[in-house]
Design a protein around this ligand. Structure first.
Ligand code: MSP
Length: 704
């Protein structure tokens, strides 16, 4: 990665970089569009800088955005475990006409609107433990200075001129649509385009065709994956048109100095945020630029792989090393978007399943770089199969036996066939996981780790430690349990970048005291678990989750969240978010700050009524759900209830129940439910018990 510096262009600029660690000055030759960082000084860590897209503030994150941020967070954790000094930047893209419109609709000034939205974004990432190291907002003064400085450098180098532009503009994507005629829709989002004529400053992108093609040729890994690289190559080969980089029709943007009313085009503005986050004009002082990786979704590859390197080349600033464009998460085979109404938000999932479940599912199920379908069903199935029955079960099985047969201490290590075979498996997993993490093949890295887990499980089943214990064959028993515990340690270290919170728990259960995140994953070796280590009291890391119930809860929360909301206000952490960010499964969210007392007026908002079941039938494909019609005195309601595992439909007909009558309608497994039946929920047995009355009560009576 830290190849010697090579000359790449004719224009030679000399920068001086102040090494922040040992405070000695090193000359850094930035040769037109050099992509190298200076070699780290001996004893200092090599630097690695990666970024998520800088997200728009006219909405809040759905799981597509969450996916990008999770991937970056996983790479950040992995690189740190390989000894890098890593900086990950995320942030919010806060200018443009969409923000003007959203702020107007919310009846607040733009600045207030974006302040609130940015704090919501930041809070979501904080709650999920994926906040990165730098959070850049494009409305920050330091960023404005960087944008203005970059423009000045491009202009001084002769790559900027003033002209007029008339074209079809997609307001939503903040982009002119090349070749579109009036009336044409935007090819990316399908919305109508608007005809706009403006006096603009233009960037001479047309002058960069050859340079870009040469650059792509010399850096075959610059654009990944291959399909995206080919797409960009043919786009650039087709010829480049100059790009207008200022606007006069928009107010809410960074002003072009001395050129009122020009403000910068949002992409010129937003792309520069990657640089402002690590020092802006002083980027050489912090030493993280050029970025090692810009991770983006495939729809914004052109901005990153064509425009951005051209701006930087024009200004004589080093170009990032790699742009990785991942695929989309699809819902019902379409890209999620607010306008299509098919978004899935992360909070309900994290509240019910835990953050690690979402991280694991997204990275295991989707081949990185390709589109993947999101489904609640597959999420819970993966959780139960790989997390509850996989690593969770292996941890509790192994550690319970160490507790029982070895006095809660890691037994002595004895050379044996069992150990040799597991050691070979572990070494193969270490090699495969590292190779695949390095290539961002997350699903294959996880497959290699889970193969090891399956192998240990198999070994325990065939070696039967309980029989060895009965037969008092302590040396053999020690060999099996040492190997199983050591393999669990290896799997735990390897899985940390993807499921950090739950592997931390397993790490502690294994009696390890040094921080897991500081283990060197690339130098992981078999046999490092110290015999005699006292393990902690076993506790489940990933309790099994009942599928129908979990889906029902996630869907219900998603529906609540999809209701039009007032403009966002910074909110307190929710109980379940706190549970979720703390780690693995969040099967039963609990209040974070103790029970909250409500006044009688709050209780009276809930309209509880006596109802009588008229009909009851099972909901196809949902083991737990019954579809009921219930007479509540004033009307007959259809209500879906999660009680099918305990109550036979025909036994319910005629039964009096308590109904929450003023609950907003929602759909459960596609079936509309108009109210809720009240039941006690015996959590330990996962059993509902219907509320009822000892005396007879008329249908429709209100409970107070
Ligand atoms: N503001 C620009 C980016 C500027 S970067 C200098 C922008 N913002 S965005 O809020 O629309 O975020 C787009 C990014 O969110 C995508 O590039 C991708 O990383 C992520 N995703 C949004 N929808 C997605 C899916 N359905 N699936 C996967 N990721 C998606 O574009």
């Amino acid at each position: 990665m830290y190849e010697p510096l090579q000359a790449r262009g004719a224009h030679l600029t000399v920068f001086y970089t102040q090494n922040s660690i040992n405070s000695s000055a090193f000359p850094l030759l930035a040769l037109g569009w050099v992509t190298h960082k200076i070699m780290p000084a001996p004893g200092t860590k090599p630097k690695f800088y990666l970024t998520t897209p800088i997200y728009y503030t006219n909405g809040l994150p759905h799981i597509g955005h969450t996916y990008s941020t999770i991937v970056c967070d996983t790479i950040r954790r992995y690189k740190r475990m390989c000894g890098y000094d890593v900086v990950m930047t995320t942030g919010t893209d806060e200018h443009g006409v969409n923000v003007e419109r959203s702020a107007r609709a919310a009846g607040v000034p733009e600045a207030d609107y974006v302040n609130r939205m940015a704090s919501e974004w930041r809070k979501i990432w904080d709650d999920f433990g994926i906040q990165g190291d730098e959070f850049i907002r494009t409305t920050e003064p330091q960023h404005a200075r960087t944008v203005q400085w970059l423009f000045k450098k491009c202009r001084e180098a002769g790559y900027v001129y003033k002209g007029h532009y008339t074209g079809q503009y997609c307001v939503f994507d903040n982009a002119f649509v090349n070749d579109a005629k009036p009336g044409d829709p935007c090819p990316d989002c399908g919305r109508p385009t608007e005809t706009i004529t403006e006096e603009n400053y233009f960037f001479k992108l047309s002058g960069f065709q050859e340079r870009l093609l040469k650059f792509y040729g010399e850096h075959p890994d610059f654009i990944q994956p291959e399909a995206r690289r080919n797409e960009i190559l043919s786009f650039v080969q087709g010829g480049l048109r100059d790009l207008s980089i200022t606007r006069t029709a928009i107010r809410w943007g960074i002003p072009v100095p001395d050129e009122s009313p020009h403000v910068f085009y949002v992409w010129f503005d937003a792309l520069t945020a990657y640089l402002s986050a690590v020092g802006g004009p002083d980027f050489d002082r912090r030493g993280y630029w050029p970025a090692d990786l810009h991770l983006v979704g495939k729809e914004i590859i052109r901005f990153h792989a064509v425009y951005w390197p051209a701006f930087l080349m024009a200004a004589g600033i080093p170009v990032p090393k790699q742009i990785w464009a991942h695929g989309w998460l699809l819902m019902d085979s379409a890209k999620m978007s607010k306008s299509k109404g098919n978004v899935v938000r992360p909070r309900p999932i994290v509240n019910v399943m835990g953050m690690d479940a979402l991280r694991y599912y997204l990275l295991r199920e989707t081949v990185f770089g390709q589109d993947g379908n999101f489904s609640y069903d597959a999420l819970v199935t993966r959780y139960n199969a790989d997390l509850a029955n996989g690593i969770g079960n292996l941890a509790s099985r192994t550690l319970t036996m160490v507790e029982k047969y070895c006095g809660s201490q890691i037994p002595i290590r004895a050379e044996s066939d069992v150990e040799a075979s597991l050691r070979a498996n572990a070494e193969a997993a270490i090699a495969a996981a590292n190779t695949n993490y390095t290539q961002y093949n997350f699903s294959l890295a996880l497959e290699a780790i889970w193969n090891l887990i399956a192998r240990v499980d198999e070994l325990i089943t065939t070696q039967k430690p309980w029989t060895l214990a009965d037969q008092k064959l302590q040396p053999q028993l020690n060999a099996v349990l040492y190997s199983a515990a050591e393999a669990l340690r290896v799997a735990t270290v390897l899985a940390y970048p993807v499921i950090p919170a739950s592997t931390e728990k397993v790490w502690k259960l294994l009696g390890q005291t040094s921080p897991l995140r500081e283990q060197r994953i690339d130098a992981l070796k078999w046999g490092q678990l110290k015999p005699g280590t006292r393990i902690a009291k076993t506790e489940p890391v990933f309790p099994r989750i009942e599928k129908a119930d979990a889906i029902e809860r996630m869907e219900a929360m998603e529906q609540d969240a999809s209701k039009p909301a007032a403009p966002p206000t910074p909110s307190l952490p929710t109980a379940s978010a706190a549970t979720a960010s703390a780690g693995g499964a969040a099967a039963a969210p609990a209040p974070a700050t103790g029970p909250v007392k409500i006044g009688i007026e709050d209780f009276m908002k809930v309209e509880l009524r006596v109802g009588q079941v008229q009909t009851a039938e099972r909901v196809a494909g949902a083991d737990k759900l019954l579809k009921l019609t219930v007479d509540i005195g004033t009307e007959i309601r259809q209500i879906v209830a999660g009680i099918a595992t305990v109550y036979e439909p025909d036994k319910l007909v005629g039964r009096k129940v308590v109904v929450v009558a003023n609950l907003a309608p929602r759909k459960l497994r596609g079936v509309e439910s108009n109210g809720m039946i009240v039941a006690a929920s015996i959590e330990a047995e996962n059993r509902p018990v219907l509320a009822g009355f000892l005396e007879d009560v008329p249908v429709g009576t209100r409970l107070k």
